[in-house]
Design a protein around this ligand. Structure first.
Ligand code: SAM
Length: 437
């Protein structure tokens, strides 16, 4: 790895990051601000991140960073995206290094990229985070291009690194969020429910057992084998064993009418657990032995690497706000929400230092609403004017908006808050604009 780091250092001529050395610190560029608020910083992300105030306040405080940098496609959108590969690498290297110190121990960074600079980005991230902290890459879909020359590339990547991979919890998601599993679970439920309604419980239970075997074979999976129990009200579940490794013991809990003889060589779960499961209707019995009920729709898996998000969903998200065409390359809100949910806990801080139209800001607001979380968001966006003669420019004029990406970002977030009547939105959600240029 030292060799890799050496290589990257030679190319970029940058110092390696550590918490005390991420380049020049700039004194007092930023006005005072509070990290317990949602903040939008206006300016070059490198300058903002090097600001001494910003550095001191956010250092080690951020759990999740998502960035969607210009991909160096050599196309100019309403913002610029044309550099040499070396210049792009230097540009990104400085910025990713600068952001490294803001991650806390369990923090992760997710970076969108396409084929143009994937290899460059991967090499520089390996050198900054260490190859061992590479979590993996996700693949999402983008729309077909009519001008494809050889391959019609319809995917892009999100590469993902941890500050310290040993501190990161597995990325678990509900199987109902995995498109193929969702479809299969629905189909299984439909067939079993029809049987239950037409021929009663025994036939439905028998059919479930047959279908589980068949689906495992057809879909090439094994996990479904466990879900072959049907409750009287038609729910499919896994009956999980409640014995534990350890000393055999008798269970006697009169208040829930449970008496269990000791097993030969294993213990039983604690009395407290049995009582809790009983009161939550999570105990089922087979031949007098208790099992924990886990419903099929609650089953989880590690997040798969191929995701079902299309870039054009981001365009639809703007459309839903009545802001059709206000930005060229907005990412899907649901995709960023998905990543946020994989990583964050209730009071965490989320950061995006290539904020664009503010998709990450909207994703944070939505996750807070939906999951009763209290995430805070820090967005950084260059004070970049929209190129004239573009559709985005025209749209800005139509909305009587100054053609500038920061104005677009603020307008989008304000529109979202107003449309969704987020309670006390403007008091609780303070978007501070701090001009540091
Ligand atoms: C691909 S767009 C991000 C789009 C965003 N993910 C969204 O969903 O709207 C990249 C953004 O980074 C901004 N940007 C480019 N260089 C920057 C810099 N040095 N500091 C801050 N923002 C920058 C561009 O203005 C552009 O809005």
């Amino acid at each position: 790895m030292n060799e890799l780091r050496q290589n990257i250092t030679n190319v970029s001529n940058e110092k390696l990051p550590n918490d005390d050395n991420i380049g020049r610190r700039i004194e007092n560029q930023l006005l005072d601000f509070n990290i317990k608020e949602n903040n939008i910083f206006v300016g070059d992300n490198l300058k903002v991140m090097q600001d001494i105030n910003f550095y001191n306040k956010y250092k080690g405080k951020v759990s999740f960073i998502y960035i969607d940098p210009p991909y160096n496609t050599q196309v100019n959108f309403s913002y610029s995206d044309r550099r040499t590969s070396i210049a792009w690498g230097e540009f990104m290297n400085e910025r990713i290094q600068a952001s490294y110190s803001f991650l806390n121990d369990r923090g992760c960074i997710f970076i969108s990229i396409d084929d143009s600079e994937l290899a460059n980005l991967k090499t520089l991230c390996d050198s900054i985070f260490g190859k061992e902290n590479f979590i993996g890459s996700f693949i999402t879909k983008q729309s077909q291009r009519s001008n494809a020359r050889l391959i019609n590339t319809i995917h892009e990547y999100i590469i993902c690194y941890a500050k310290d991979i040993s501190k990161v919890q597995p990325f678990k998601i509900s199987r109902t969020e995995i498109a193929e599993d969702y479809e299969m679970i629905n189909k299984l439920y439909m067939e079993v429910t029809n049987k239950l309604n037409s021929e009663g419980y025994s036939s439905a239970d028998k059919l479930l057992k047959e279908l589980v075997k068949k689906y495992c074979y057809d879909y090439g999976i094994t996990w479904l084998n466990n879900y072959n129990n049907l409750s009287k009200d038609g729910k499919i579940f896994f009956a999980k064993d409640l014995s534990t490794p350890g000393k055999p013991r008798t269970v006697d809990i009169p208040e829930i009418n449970l008496h269990l003889e000791p097993l030969k060589s294993r213990g039983w779960s604690s009395d407290k657990r049995f009582i809790e499961l009983y009161h939550n209707n999570r105990l089922s019995f087979k031949a007098g032995r208790p099992y924990l009920i886990q419903y099929l729709e609650e089953s989880e898996d590690n997040a798969p690497s191929i995701l079902n998000f299309y870039s054009r969903f981001g365009t639809n998200d703007l459309k839903k706000l009545g802001l059709d065409g206000l930005f060229d390359t907005p990412k899907p809100v649901d995709m960023i929400k998905y990543f946020i949910r994989l990583v964050t806990k209730k009071d965490d801080i989320v950061m995006d230092y290539f904020a664009g139209s503010g998709t990450t800001g909207q994703a944070v607001l939505e996750v807070n609403e939906e999951l009763k979380m209290n995430l805070k968001c820090v967005l950084i966006q260059l004070n970049e004017n929209v190129h004239p003669n573009t559709e985005v420019y025209k749209k800005c004029l139509e909305l009587k908006l100054q053609p500038n990406v920061v104005e677009i970002l603020k307008f989008r977030l304000n529109t979202f808050c107003q449309k969704n009547k987020i309670v006390n939105s403007f008091k609780e959600i303070t978007f501070k604009e701090i001009n540091c240029e």
